[in-house]
Write a protein that binds this ligand. Sequence first.
Ligand code: GLU
Length: 225
Amino acid sequence: MCGIVGYIGNKKTEDILLDGLKELEYRGYDSAGIALLSSEKIEVFKALGKLKNLEQKVSTQNKYNIGIGHTRWATHGKPTELNAHPHLGEYSYVVHNGIIENYKELKEELQTAGHKFVSQTDTEVIVHLFEFYNNKLNDCKASFQNTIKRLEGAFSILLISKSCPNDIYFFKHGSPLIIARGNEKNEVLFASSDAPLIGLANEVVYLEDGCGGVASAERIEFFED
Ligand code: GLU
């Protein structure tokens, strides 16, 4: 088992994510990473091994109000920095806990459509599938929902995209995922267990399987698959 965290708010996003991942260390992991999003850019940091290695790499001059983080326990592809999450498409990043059982078919389909893959993971299909739909529809919500419909297996997911820079898309099926309102105004937090949320959040929702949605600072919308 491994871990997911996400944050929307005005605190230092990278610190909240790293602190949250530390609280999930007990679940075990082989690598870790975070992605930070603003309307201008996405920055990503990944490292093999202990969170200390990631902490040493994380350094940015920019202020980010949205981010996602992950500790990986490899199921598909070796524990390497390239296979660590978050995984990148052209303009979006995803973190995922679980296994996408039909990833081979999806990967072949997406490669035929011109998508280039860089990792050996099952997870990478999620972000490419999202962009495949979004390139056609230019609609993040519809593209995320179309993506979810195509996935088989176990998956808790957070996805961010430059196409919708104020939002985190989320979905839970099989692996745990919690969404919470932070103690400060306009704060939203995500985590795989309640440990990272203690002291930071109120109004906690333990998502049911088949439940997802989209969160921004102002609003959380839920939908079912
Ligand atoms: N199956 C994915 C991978 O190997 C996610 C593993 C996890 O849950 O950490 O990268």
